[in-house]
Design a protein around this ligand. Structure first.
Ligand code: NAD
Length: 482
């Protein structure tokens, strides 16, 4: 762990073994941090905050650019380690690293752009302005599916705004975070960047409930987000929550079949379907449905499962067995209620070890089934036909989540109806799951509170203070006595 710029194994001897999901080999061990480690890290963050918040923005920017440059210099090492601990194929790890590096550069620049706004005063001789100020020590809790990218989306804006951070990575993927911490701690003043490894209950909860942590930036499941909201309600902490999703894709009748099949396969199977914005429900216009299903099955059957380190791999393993079991439960429940398995639905037999699962296509599904309602988080594509576009939009909105939604169409009238009618934080037309540094990312409905990326993602990490200054002074006619 990294506390106050020092590497430490913490206060107890317990450790967590980190496993390669493709081979089930142990890659290493990290300390299982507890409340006293969190306390030490928060104290270090609080001490460092007194100076970091007043460090000129250009100096903070320079430090963040240095972090980006040093990660870039070791890009290939990070890529390999990310594939080893998370399982995703090398091109996907490469992409995640690029995003991580660029995010530090992006917020370095945004952070020195403004500190508030001058607003028109109510009376002459007065001066009104806002100051955007940091919160203090921010607790950053990250899941396993994009351990570095999601870390950067929190830490880079938090630090650029003058906060200090205590990071709690997922207990499944802490190795790349610790590698990044060696760089960050080298470039940043002592105590500005702290990492405590450990489990959610033992390290995460002491972090979110620590009285000196005024803001919690969390990405993870809805259940954990709800628990954090309950735990922090009493102290009215600032919460930035990026939670789960059940994203839909609509295939309009005008599409090019080949383009939409490839786009859907990418949107559903990227990172083995373990993306918060994975397409997990697909509504295909009834005129295309049989041909679309057949050609999708043909294409998906050509994708190659394997170890992410192998350059011939398209789809890696899932992260752990319990996640694979949940996928199997969703599929078997759907099949026993009338769904039809087009391809997949089982573990491949060509691997002796690793948490692999065959990409799966299901038809005859409906909204009563968990596979169409709850987050499945695996390589499954359930397809449902629709008759008219109003029905498609109604089906997309028929879910408690509202993270992202995609449409494949070149008909501008349908596109407009889609982006106005769909309740989701991100709408992708013809290019699903593509982010943009300047474009805010986050969910509507139960998918979360707040946004990451862009100016919106920066302002989450700043609180606004309004200063009203009567420069003239003097007695006002609206004071007592009336
Ligand atoms: P998770 O909620 O189990 O864990 C996320 C993090 O929270 C981990 O670091 C974990 O140790 C910690 N944690 C667990 N219990 C905690 C507690 N009681 N208090 C404090 N911290 C606790 O989620 P996961 O399985 O790691 O990640 C998958 C989930 O993340 C999916 O639901 C996915 O949709 C979601 N996700 C959302 C986004 C987004 O941007 N909206 C992005 C990626 C993943």
């Amino acid at each position: 762990m990294y506390i106050a710029g020092e590497i430490t194994s913490g206060s107890n001897r317990e450790s967590i073994a980190i496993i390669n999901p493709a081979t089930e080999e142990v890659l290493g061990e990290v300390p299982s941090g507890k409340a006293d480690d969190i306390n030490n890290a928060v104290n270090a963050g609080l001490t460092a905050y007194q100076e970091w918040r007043f460090t000129p923005a250009s100096e903070r920017a320079e430090a963040l650019h240095q972090v980006a440059a040093k990660i870039r210099a070791r890009h290939d090492e990070f890529v390999k380690l990310l594939t080893l601990e998370e399982g995703k194929p090398i091109p996907e790890s490469d992409e995640e690293l690029w995003w991580t590096e660029e995010t530090f550069d992006y917020y370095a620049e945004l952070g020195r752009h403004d500190r508030g706004l001058v607003v028109p005063p109510g009376e002459p001789g007065q001066f009104n302005f806002t100051l955007k100020e940091p919160w203090g020590v921010v607790g950053c809790i990250v899941p396993w599916n994009y351990p570095l990218l999601l870390l950067a989306w929190k830490v880079a804006p938090a630090l650029a705004a003058g906060n200090t951070v205590v990071v709690k990575p997922s207990e499944l993927t802490p190795l790349t975070t610790l590698k990044l911490a060696t760089i960050a701690c080298d470039q940043l003043p002592e105590g500005v960047f702290n990492v405590v490894t450990g489990y959610g209950r033992e390290a995460g909860e002491p972090l979110v409930t620590h009285p000196d942590v005024r803001m919690v930036a969390f990405t993870g499941s809805l259940a954990t987000g709800q628990r954090i909201a309950k735990l922090t309600a009493h102290e009215m902490k600032k919460l930035h929550l990026e939670l789960g999703g059940k994203d839909a894709m609509v295939i309009a009748p005008d599409v090019d079949l080949d383009v939409s099949i490839r786009s859907l396969a990418y949107a559903s199977l990227l990172n083995t379907g373990q993306v918060c914005t994975s397409t997990e429900r697909v509504y295909v216009h009834e005129s295309l449905f049989p041909q679309f299903t057949e050609e999708l099955a043909d294409f998906v059957s050509t994708l190659r499962l394997g170890d992410g380190l192998d350059k011939n791999t398209d789809i890696g393993p899932m992260i752990r067995d319990q996640f694979r079991e949940k996928v199997e439960q969703h599929i078997s429940e759907a099949v026993s209620n009338g769904a039809h398995l087009v391809i997949g639905g089982e573990r491949p037999d060509e691997f002796e070890r690793g948490f692999f699962f065959r990409p799966t296509i299901l038809i005859n599904v409906n909204h009563e089934m968990r596979i169409m309602r709850e987050e499945t988080f695996g390589p499954v594509i359930p397809l449902m036909p629709y008759r008219d576009f109003d029905e498609a939009i109604r089906l997309v909105n028929d879910n408690p989540y509202g993270l992202g939604a995609s449409l494949m169409s070149n008909d501008a009238r349908l596109v407009k109806r889609f982006f106005e009618g769909v309740e989701a934080g991100t709408i992708w037309i013809n290019d699903p799951l593509t982010d943009n540094f300047a474009g805010p990312f986050g969910g509507m409905k139960m998918s979360g509170l707040g946004r990451e990326l862009g100016q919106e993602g920066f302002d989450q990490f700043r609180q606004v203070k309004h200063v009203h200054w009567d420069i003239q002074g003097g007695i006002k006619d609206y004071w007592y006595p009336y």
